[in-house]
Design a protein around this ligand. Structure first.
Ligand code: TXA
Ligand code: MG
Length: 343
């Protein structure tokens, strides 16, 4: 057991870069979620990431770099499709998995031949990487399996005393993790839906599949190793419903609702201040988190983890969550909900 650290609050990226250089862990704002940074070339520092997060070693880490040129120091090949995707979406919420160079340790990739690489857009993350002048591994800055952090306060909630510092850049704009695309085979495959919509990627790649647990049956890639069925999990039981509020069981306990605007099959599920009004039931909720209109899925995504976290802190018996439409960022949000609901 390592001694508890005093987790410093930082706003200066040059100081944060110095802490990283000394082999310590610094959580930092990115546009997706907060990352838990460590020097990717220092195996001891990388090992500390797994320890601080209580993360199993089979779950590989994403390497963060300043730009596509720096990415080519991490990847051993740079096919035209990587160049095209980088030109279109970097900096931004896209992680590309490419064959790794030998100097990237197996600890980073969990022994896999590919390495996940991302160029974050958040100005503070960019500045940190510029000052650090090297690759930085960064998983989401939460304890393994728990809700991803979208503010510095969320990071402290889970990791205070376990990491050296948090570089505070305010609330994350995108709010869900990056989309992970594998370029290890001839056809690109989405390993994790995320903050960059599939439709946007397909503008560059043409039709592309999302890997599922059964993908090997239809000859496409395995899902990302970190895609455990139970993930992003609140402590409180979470029930996922489609659109029918009538699917909610009768219960006189303390219920919370994670919902969104009413333009999605609205007749059956009109939300009002008291909760879900249905023809047969009018269920009262102790707390309602409405994330935004489904016409504005980026706003729903930006509010998603904070909304889930707030409900989880409200001492409820269960949280009801409504699914999102299955396009754009709705796909990533439904993926996170499904994992949060898994038991
Ligand atoms: O937006 C994000 O991606 C955030 C910010 C901090 O950049 N990072 C993040 O990291 O979400 P993490 O570790 O929580 O999730 C990364 C996931 C892993 O669980 C794994 O599923 C996949 O990305 N991944 C990473 N490296 C991979 C590799 N070499 N091969 C296949 N999948 C990989
Ligand atoms: Mg994570």
């Amino acid at each position: 057991m390592t001694a508890a650290l005093v987790t410093q609050n930082l706003t200066d990226p040059s100081i944060a870069a110095g802490v990283l250089k000394s082999g310590q862990l610094v959580a930092f704002a990115t546009e997706t979620v907060y990352g838990l940074g460590a020097d990717a070339t220092n195996s001891k520092a990388v090992a500390k990431v797994f320890e601080a997060k209580k993360r199993p070693a089979f779950d590989p880490l994403i390497v963060h770099v300043t730009d596509a040129t720096a990415a080519q120091q991490v990847a051993s090949t740079w096919p035209p499709i990587a160049a095209d995707l980088a030109a279109a979406f970097w900096p931004g919420p896209l992680t590309m998995v490419l064959p790794k160079r030998d100097h990237i340790s197996d600890l980073v990739t969990s022994g896999l031949p590919g390495v996940g690489i991302r160029v974050p857009k958040h100005p503070l993350a960019q500045s940190l990487l510029q000052h650090f002048a090297g690759p930085v591994v960064a998983p989401s800055a939460n304890l393994f399996g728990s809700i991803s952090p979208t503010t510095a306060e969320h990071v402290r909630h889970g990791l205070s005393g376990r990491i050296a510092a948090v570089l505070d850049g305010g609330a994350c704009d995108v709010g869900v993790e990056s989309t992970v695309v594998s370029l290890m085979d001839t056809r690109p495959v989405i390993l994790r839906p995320g903050g960059l919509a599939q439709e946007d990627i397909e503008q560059i790649t043409g039709p592309i599949k999302i890997a599922t647990a059964n993908s090997h049956l239809d000859d496409s890639a395995q899902p990302a190793p970190g895609m455990l069925s139970r993930h992003y999990a609140p402590q409180t039981r979470l029930l996922l419903i489609d659109v029918e509020a009538d699917a909610i069981p009768e219960n006189d306990g303390r219920w919370g609702l994670l919902t969104h605007g009413t333009d999605f099959h609205s007749e059956q599920t009109a939300t009002n201040q008291n909760g879900l009004a249905t023809p047969s039931k009018n269920i009262q909720f102790q707390e309602i988190q409405s994330l935004g209109s489904t016409k504005d899925l980026p706003t729903c995504a930006a509010n998603f983890f904070a909304g889930l976290r707030s409900l989880d802190a409200a001492n409820l018996d269960a949280i009801i969550a409504r699914k999102f439409p299955t396009h754009g960022l709705g796909i990533a949000l439904n993926d996170r909900l499904k994992r949060a609901a898994a038991r």
